[in-house]
Structure formats: structure tokens, C-alpha cells
Design a protein around this ligand. Sequence first.
Ligand SMILES: *Cc1c(COP(=O)(O)O)cnc(C)c1O
Length: 382
Amino acid sequence: MDLSYILNELGEDRDAYFQAIAPPIVQTSNFAFTTVEAMRQRFQDEMGGYIYSRGLNPTVDILRKKLAALDGAEDALVFNNGAAATFAGVLANVKQGDHIISVDHPYSWTRHLFDRILPRFGVTTTYVDGKDPAKVEAAIRPNTTFIYLESPTSWYLELQDLRAISELARPRGIITLIDNTYATGLYQRPIELGIDIVMQTATKYISGHSDTLGGVLTGTEDMMRRIFLSEYMCVGSGIQPFNAWLLLRGLRTLPARLERIQRTTDTIWKYLRQHPKVESVIYPFDPAYPQYALAKQQMGAAPGLLSFYVTHRRAEEIEAFCDGLKHFKMAVSWGGHESLLIPKLATMPREAFDAENRDHRMIRIYVGLEDADYLIRDLERL
Ligand SMILES: *Cc1c(COP(=O)(O)O)cnc(C)c1O
């Protein structure tokens, strides 16, 4: 299916709404039936049509069709944020006594789910260095039912070989889920590599404008139906129609934004790697990156995020640089129009800063839609 068709036509029934180019926001909680028989039938299959907007909603459905097609999946569910999508995707696939394998350094609230919530129900998690499929295999136990991946991870941008890990999991009946927020369905297609469920934080690139949150799961129709009729309906974390509409708007320009972000990221990487105050840069498309070959093979591009280590020996120097930023905003999240920066130092008390620990001298940036020169003027002050 053409990408242009997916983004401009798929799922849109303009005959039903005055040939409007932008779809309507169907801002309703419930849907009426004209006969008892129609109502009875809907009660028997809540995923077969509209009844109540905690379940399906027409605006959200347009988005579901496009997101499924973007991932090459049979179906998609859209949540109110990425954390909700992960929560539902994991919870639907584990039961008491099960064991999960997760990559090191998962997204912080995913880690909270594994460390704080699931152990209360007898589900345990082992963290492994996902760079090496042999380490994933060695961690598999008889009760392992779920593998959580994030490729690349935030901050460290570590990759996993998705095909190799899916080949370990599939024959053993282990479900795999990947957080694909970094690369998006445009630049990485995990389902084609054998991964079962793809999660994406729509808050980031799909929205693209820092004005809404959203989360996506894609996978088989069976898997999506199972999650919909249980966790999705029960937790009530489906996206609201207006937020879904914002994501539809974001999708229209996704390829154009990512292309530009990719080019600017490349320019910024080249600038940083020759900067005298930068010790090294973590960027998967750097030919010297240890996982460069896998990155090239598995990902179409590496847009937006990169981390680097500065040579400064004092916390005050790093803070002075960050406090003086004119163009990068100091903020969490990413994927919007605006470039962002987080120093690792902000995640710890200043007294804990230890220049010998390289991680303390780490800075993560997100490159947005501004001109590279404009951003580099900020980085010149390093
Ligand atoms: C932001 C983010 C999440 C969480 O998404 P929310 O929409 O904030 O809930 C999960 N994973 C990754 C990699 C993220 O960057």
C-alpha cells in the first residue's frame, strides 16, 4: 500500500461527511440504536461497531486503520498515551507465575510496571543486555512468556536484533513486544521481522507538535481483539476523539517532518563529534557505532535523538551551558517541532555528580524542525 494513500485516503469516508478534507471529531459518548435487534447484536460483539466511546469511536477508527497499515499490521488500538498502551500490551499477555525478559534501560514507567506493579501479582522480570541475542536466549526459563524490547533504547540508543530475538521467541510461544517510538513505522517494521506487538508513543512523532499524548499497539486482529475486549475496555485508557484528530493531523506530515529531522540530526551529529568539549556522541548511524551494521540493516534512518558526553569536569559548567540555552528547550518528551535537551545531571542531586562517571556528563538532545545553523549557535557555547 502506498504511504501517500495511507496518509491521505485510507479509512476516510468523505462521502459520509460533506467531502470535508479534515475528518469530523465525533465528540460523543454514546451511539443510539433504532431497533432492539440492532442493540442486541451490538451487545454480542462490542468490537463490531459503535456503542459507547470507551470502546470504538469513528474518529479514532480512521486513525486505527492508518496506524495498522503503517506498521504492516492487521489491526491497531489507540490509547490515551504510550504508557497505557504498554500497560495493556503487557498485562494482556502475562498471568501469575509468568516470567518476563526485558532489555536493560527500558522506558522509566515500563520499568516501574515490571519492578513495582507486576511482582504484586507474581510476575517477575529479568533484565538483559539486549545487544546480544545469546544473552536473551540464556535468560529464557520454562515460565518465560513475554519479551519486552525497545530498539533503540532512549539515552543509550542500544539496538536489539529483532529477527534473531523473534526467532528465539516464536517457536517457544513467547510473545514479543517492541517499543518502536524512536524509529516509527516509517523507519522500522518489526512485524515483518517476526515481532508480535508493536507499541508506539504517538505523543512523539505522530503528534509532532507537542500538543497531545497518545499511544498505539499494532498486531494481529486476534491479539488486538483480545486486548480490546479486556484491558482496553476495562482500564478505559482509549484515546479521546479530539486527541485522535490531532494525531490524524500529525500523520499527514510525518514523512516530511522525519526526513527533515533526519537531515538536521546528521548535521548536528557531524558538528558535535568534532567539538573539542565533546568526548563522544552516541548515534546509531555513525559508521563507528558498534551496532552500525545492525542499524543500517534494521532501520531506514535514525532521526531526532542523540546523546553525547561532554568533557567538562565540573557540574556547574554543564549547568551554565544548559541554563544559557536560547534555542533548545530544556524539557522531557520529544518528537515535536521544537528541539530539546536533557542533561543527565538534572536526574540526580548536584552533590552526587562525579566527573569520573561518564554517564553523569551525558546530555541527550532531540533535534526538531529548526534550521541546523540556528541550533548549532546554541551548541557553540558548550
Ligand atoms: C515518551 C515515551 C513513552 C511514554 O509515552 P507517554 O505518551 O508519555 O505515556 C514510552 N516509551 C518511550 C520510548 C517514550 O519516549
